[in-house]
Design a protein around this ligand. Structure first.
Ligand SMILES: NC(=[NH2+])NCCC[C@H](N)C(=O)O
Length: 414
């Protein structure tokens, strides 16, 4: 097995990338939060403390925790990586041709730590002018002092979405929302140039340069195990993106069944993992309000995978047959679906607070927010070991423990 391999959704978690919230969260204001995909402003210091407890729980569970900002700093000391990141941070279509050379020049003279901070935390015009004289540019001239010249990436907190490891390879996501597109650049640079990744072999399921078409985000991708993958067709992940991912996985010979679930397109269902996550080899937490959804099973045409450019064999299932389709993909007689008994309003509130977004750290052991007590108590009654972490602040970004983690090494299940 490679040193980077995610063999399942629930096997022992061994290594994971996370991102501790920083300056980028301080860029959220009542005016900008919506475009930045947050429902509220976070109290950043408390969010950091909560995040530290989350990483402690991961460490206690036996996972090596890698920090995205440290990986980015280490990556940026490689000249080609720096060049790549600068090329994708400063763009004539965003900053205008008059400002780009001066902005690049400023960034080139920064230390790797400053540059990583610029890339994730962004920079206002006022901060820029502390470093250089204002270049003649219509774009800059027409900006107010506290406008962001370089936008911030507050959703890096949700490390899951911009890249996801599936068996022996990684898909850097083609992100759906403009506020998140540049997150893929961070991961692309890390996977291409960081010594931890260049020193080992892995496959690529997609390169993450997005124009908003054929998008796939990691929150929609569940590694079921034994060559099966479950993908949500959601607000963020398109059918085109799923077909492309299936082709790459089949061509790489690492998966031979993809089940796609058609989710309602709505903010609270933004990713599959907001309504459905796996807790052990045959059990899933599922939101009561999900209802019967249509599904598809995609397999490579012909018998073997790993043949260059496989064609797709697609079978559609009527609403109500999704569990059957997943069980078949897993080779099981049936699934255990865990849906807490609670009134409709309380179920909706706990789902909004990421009660369905648990992160398995081993079969039957999950990390969940403390703010969803009914869901957690129900999981415990069902025999699941629940490790609670505080989510009072973190939960306001609409992402839970699974969203905040990007596993890079996880055991398969038997
Ligand atoms: N895998 C997830 N459910 N991620 C949640 C991402 C939340 C983030 N604020 C967004 O709207 O994009």
């Amino acid at each position: 097995m490679n040193s980077l391999y995610v063999g399942s959704e629930v096997g022992q978690l061994k290594q994971v990338i996370v991102h501790r919230p920083g300056t980028e969260l301080l860029r959220l204001t009542p005016e900008t939060k919506e475009a930045l995909l947050f429902d509220d402003l976070l109290w950043v210091r408390r969010a950091q403390e909560e995040h530290d407890m989350f990483t402690q729980a991961l460490d206690d569970a036996g996972a090596e925790v890698l920090h995205l900002d440290a990986l980015l700093r280490e990556t940026l000391s490689e000249p080609a990586a720096k060049e790549y990141v600068l090329d994708h941070t400063f763009d004539e279509r965003v900053h205008g041709p008059a400002a780009v050379p001066a902005l690049r020049h400023m960034a080139e003279s920064m230390s790797v730590a400053e540059l990583a901070e610029l890339v994730i935390g962004g920079m206002t015009k006022r901060e820029l002018l502390e470093r250089i004289d204002e270049p003649r540019s219509v774009v800059l001239h027409s900006m107010a002092a506290d406008d962001l010249v370089v936008s911030a990436l507050p959703n890096h907190l949700f490390a899951r979405d911009a890249s996801c490891w599936v068996y022996g390879g990684v898909a850097v996501s083609s992100m759906n929302k403009p506020a998140r597109m540049r997150e893929a650049v961070t991961y692309e640079a890390i996977y291409r140039w960081h010594p931890r990744f260049t020193s080992t072999d892995f496959s690529r399921w997609s390169e993450g340069i997005s124009d908003g078409r054929a998008t796939v985000e990691g929150g929609d991708v569940l590694v079921l195990g034994n060559g099966a993958v479950l993908v949500g067709m959601s607000e963020r992940t398109t059918p085109q993106g799923i077909e492309r991912l299936a082709k790459r996985l089949f061509a790489g010979g690492q998966a031979d069944r993809v089940v796609a679930l058609r989710l309602p397109v709505a903010r609270h269902f933004m990713h599959l993992d907001t309504v459905m996550t796996m807790v052990d080899e045959h059990s899933f937490i599922e939101y009561a309000g999900l209802g019967d959804v249509a599904s598809y099973t995609i397999t490579p045409r012909g018998l073997s995978t790993g043949d260059g450019d496989p064609e797709l064999n697609i079978v559609g299932h009527e609403p109500g047959h999704a569990h059957r389709a997943i069980a078949d993909a897993l080779g099981l007689h049936g699934l255990r679906i865990l849906t807490a008994e609670q009134d409709v309003h309380s179920a909706a509130r706990e789902q909004w607070d990421d009660g369905c977004n648990a992160l398995a750290v081993a079969p039957g052991v999950v990390i969940a927010y403390d703010r969803t007590p009914t869901s957690n108590a129900f999981l415990r009654e069902s025999g699941v070991d629940v490790i609670e972490v505080p989510g009072g602040e973190l939960g306001r970004g609409r992402g839970g423990p699974r969203c905040m983690s990007c596993p890079t090494l996880r055991d398969p299940v038997a």
